[in-house]
Design a protein around this ligand. Structure first.
Ligand SMILES: CC(C)(COP(=O)(O)OP(=O)(O)OC[C@H]1O[C@@H](n2cnc3c(N)ncnc32)[C@H](O)[C@@H]1OP(=O)(O)O)[C@@H](O)C(=O)NCCC(=O)NCCS
Length: 290
């Protein structure tokens, strides 16, 4: 017998197990971070579906703008995805949103088909990139720039510089609390593998790394606009890759997407695309009759 209920933090390991069956890049830590986002009300923004005590599907809506729906491979083709999609749209409308988006791995042609059939269109591409490190990466010196690892007390300056850079393309600005919860306050954040670039006292570039996979993982990259195109991002990435190499990792990964324009930078650093996913979105129709 199938039952729906909202998620609780205790469901995190079961949700991770389910999502892992759909997406090999899922991590327990990122699911925990998503469930703990400041804007999430678990009772209203999440649904978990159980069949005889086994978690077989779930859906999550963030601020009415973005949804995630996962159905276990053994339970596909029974209309659960369609039902959860309708739930996500209803929740988004309730939150006053006018558009709802969802990322789908490009390998999941069935999910893409379902979204298209429901009025969603592809809007952006995200790529997972990886660098294989057979030997220790060489880190170039940066003229007039000093580089050191992230330390306690760097959070606010890093937030201000990175958030300003991301605001060049991101849909909405983030408060410090939400930014920190997604980056430096994560249990998996590794300050010693997160290099910062300074021009004098001024923080002008940052790479933030996480310890989540067998490979090294870079969560964020940003360089102050005034200091672009001088190789600072490249230098910081290579510094982080070398740090991971010295800890015994032989590969390092990161995600980027088509709105950032950063793909060629990562390819020139020696990374190549492992897989891609597409962001689909749809305008939501508000019923004005009532
Ligand atoms: C993406 C971003 C981090 C790049 O920072 P950057 O320091 O300008 O990057 P680099 O200087 O290392 O490389 C940028 C380009 O300059 C070129 N470059 C590198 N060294 C150079 C040098 N000494 N002189 C001239 N050009 C140089 C690189 O080849 C690269 O060209 P490409 O894009 O054609 O490959 C920066 O634009 C940014 O913060 N953007 C907003 C936030 C964002 O989108 N972050 C990425 C999220 S995934």
């Amino acid at each position: 017998m199938m039952r729906d209920r909202p998620a609780t933090p205790d469901d995190t390991p079961a949700i991770h197990k389910l999502v892992s069956a759909c997406d090999p890049d899922s991590s327990l830590d990122s699911i925990a971070a998503d469930l703990a986002r400041p804007a999430i009300v678990l009772a209203r923004d999440t649904v978990v579906v159980h069949d005889d005590g086994e978690l077989v599907a779930w859906a999550w809506v963030h601020m009415g703008r973005r949804a995630q729906v996962n159905v276990h491979p053994d339970y596909r083709g029974r209309g659960i995805g369609t039902r959860l999609l309708a739930w996500a749209e209803a929740r988004s409308l309730e939150l006053g949103s006018s558009r709802l988006g969802q990322n789908v791995p490009d390998s999941r042609t069935d999910a893409a088909k379902l979204l298209r059939a429901n009025g969603y269109e592809p809007k952006a591409t995200a790529w997972l990139l990886e660098i294989a490190m057979e030997r220790e990466p060489e880190v170039p010196a940066l003229d007039g720039i000093t580089v050191r690892s992230f330390r306690d007390g760097d959070g606010l300056a890093a937030y201000q510089m990175m958030e300003k850079a991301f605001n060049e393309w991101q849909q909405r600005p983030h408060e410090y609390g939400e930014w920190a919860q997604q980056t430096i306050e994560r249990e998996t954040f590794v300050p010693e593998l997160s290099p910062l670039a300074f021009a004098g006292e001024r923080l002008v570039g940052a790479v933030l790394s996480l310890d989540v996979f067998a490979q090294g993982y870079v969560e964020r990259v940003a360089v102050d606009r005034e200091f672009r195109n001088r190789g600072i991002a490249r230098g910081l990435l290579l510094e982080a890759f070398r740090g991971f190499y010295r800890q015994g990792r032989r590969a390092c990964r990161l995600w980027t997407h088509s709105d950032t324009g950063a793909l060629s930078l990562y390819e020139r650093v020696g990374m190549s695309v492992v897989r891609s996913s597409t962001h689909f979105s749809k305008p939501l129709q508000h019923d004005h009759r009532g």
